[in-house]
Design a protein around this ligand. Structure first.
Ligand SMILES: O=P(O)(O)O[C@@H]1C[C@H](O)[C@@H](CO)O1
Ligand SMILES: Nc1nc2[nH]cnc2c(=O)[nH]1
Length: 293
């Protein structure tokens, strides 16, 4: 596999197979659900039993995490009867990875037999009604880097994974969104639960005020630097997807605002909501297997 920064797909089917075989030979778990933990949300794996952990650096072909709040571990475990895999830390374009590398684990999960992917992230609120600490069920997304030619499915299409022109109008499973809403209200989260549109920008800088205003006009409720490539690749290869975004800060839409967002604040809000998010994720997974596509 090529290293950082390749413009289109740099991973061959053999690369994916090699990593899949390695993992299948090193764990007896056969995960059905994969959870991708966003910034500061690695604790989501704590609800699993029978855990087995691999560091990314020890897994052949796996990228490594370079950002604070991303532990860089793949954790296998079980929640009730469901075998799961958790990514404690995921990869970003701004780290210098190609989108093929960013999304590499998703295809590994597919080859391992995963059927459902639960993506989580930290994002800033564009919608002025949102509050810090809100949990937003992702209803839809805007792939801003994709508009500019940074797309994970660029290059020759491998039909073994999916079609050349995947439909994205139903990227986030309606059934899973409904289930997430139910679980959140049963767990007492209705007061800080939202459903909205997530927009990906490449980062690493946070938005200028003019950019934030543009995103608001475009219909975005929140903005972050991840998730969309993973969801696109997951949908391409037929996985069903649920996305949960933790609102960690309000994005400035006004030149008079004095607050300045920073990554430490993002991680701090992650810590504040980690426990409740963990309960939501654990409950969702335990009910996932009895809810079909
Ligand atoms: O990895 P996610 O998308 O959860 O984290 C967001 C985007 C940046 O990585 C980081 C900025 O604080 O938070
Ligand atoms: N682009 C972007 N990413 C974020 N991740 C967490 N907060 C933010 C934000 O305000 N903007």
């Amino acid at each position: 596999m090529q290293t950082k920064g390749s413009p289109s797909c740099c991973c061959s089917f053999e690369d994916y197979n090699l990593t899949t075989e390695w993992l299948l030979n090193h764990t007896s778990q056969r995960p059905k659900v994969a959870v991708i933990c966003g910034s500061g949300l690695g604790l989501l794996a704590d609800g699993a039993a029978n855990k087995q952990t691999f560091r990314y650096q020890d897994i052949p072909n796996f990228p490594v995490s370079t950002v604070a709040g991303h532990e860089g571990c793949l954790v296998f475990g079980t929640i009730e009867d469901t075998s799961c895999v958790f990514m404690q830390g995921h990869f970003h374009l701004y780290e210098g990875y190609s989108l093929c590398q960013v999304t590499f684990p998703v295809r590994i999960f597919k080859l391992m037999g995963v059927e459902t992917v639960l993506v989580t992230n930290a994002s800033g609120a564009i919608c002025p009604d949102y509050k810090v600490g809100d949990i937003m069920i992702i209803k839809d997304h805007i792939n801003l880097p994709g508009f500019a030619g940074q797309h994970p499915l660029f290059g020759p299409n491998d039909e073994r994974f999916g079609t050349r022109f995947p439909c994205m109008s139903d990227a986030y499973s309606k059934d899973l969104r409904r289930l997430a809403g139910q679980v959140c209200s049963e767990l007492g989260c209705s007061g800080f639960l939202r459903e909205g549109v997530y927009c990906m920008v490449s980062g690493p800088n946070f938005e200028t005020i003019a950019e934030a205003r543009m995103l608001q006009v475009l219909g975005c409720d929140s903005v972050g630097m991840s998730t969309v490539p993973e969801v696109t690749v997951a949908k391409h290869c037929g996985l069903r997807v649920l996305g949960l975004s933790l609102i960690t800060n309000m994005v400035s839409l006004d030149y008079s605002r004095e607050e300045k967002v920073n990554h430490d604040e993002v991680l701090q809000i992650g810590k504040m909501r980690a426990e409740v998010l963990q309960r939501v994720v654990t409950e969702l997974i335990s009910r996932c297997s009895i809810n079909t596509h």
